[in-house]
Design a binder for this molecule. Structure first.
Ligand code: HEC
Length: 137
């Protein structure tokens, strides 16, 4: 499975569909990603990735987590490109609210979604993406 993921990611990088961690993607990918975002992600992560408003604790089901911002105000940018793609495709163990999108979108589309998310970050934040965030700020 790991080999398969590496092969797919190498393919995306080599075809230019995926820029590396800390780099901007091409405008076509950003535009395609924005359309996918509106269709699949915006209901929770909200327009422009600003995230959901928390709901009062007494109304929340056990294990309920609000969908955090994906713009630069939260910490999506602490993760590398590969980690974000992995989260999109496989979902998060800590909450069923962030589902695995595998089967709904393909790897190429996950790369386009990533391109869009990165377009929401300033140059300064993008330059600090991934492990660099520890020493960058
Ligand atoms: C049903 C609501 C819902 C939908 C739809 C949804 N998410 Fe999420 N997402 C969440 C929740 C809840 C979390 C986790 C919040 C937490 O851990 O505090 C999350 C977390 C994430 C994270 C991790 C961010 C981080 O900082 O670690 C990424 C990346 C993400 N979502 C991307 C997406 C993308 C891309 C889509 C569309 C394909 C999407 N989500 C659709 C609810 C949703």
């Amino acid at each position: 499975m790991l080999k398969f993921c590496i092969a797919i990611i190498s393919l995306l990088v080599s075809t230019g569909l995926l820029a590396a961690t800390g780099e901007r993607s091409d405008p076509e990918s950003v535009l395609a990603g924005k359309k996918l975002y509106v269709q699949y992600c915006q209901a929770c992560h909200q327009k422009d990735g600003v995230g959901e408003k928390p709901i009062p604790a007494f109304l929340a089901q056990p294990g309920y987590l609000t969908a955090m911002p994906l713009n630069e105000t939260s910490h999506a940018w602490h993760h590398t490109d590969e980690q974000i793609i992995h989260t999109i495709m496989n979902g998060l163990k800590r909450t069923k609210r962030m589902p695995a999108w595998q089967g709904v979108i393909n790897e190429q589309q996950a790369g386009q979604l990533l391109a869009y998310l990165k377009s929401l970050w300033s140059d300064r934040i993008l330059g600090c993406q991934g492990p660099k965030h520890m020493s960058c700020m």
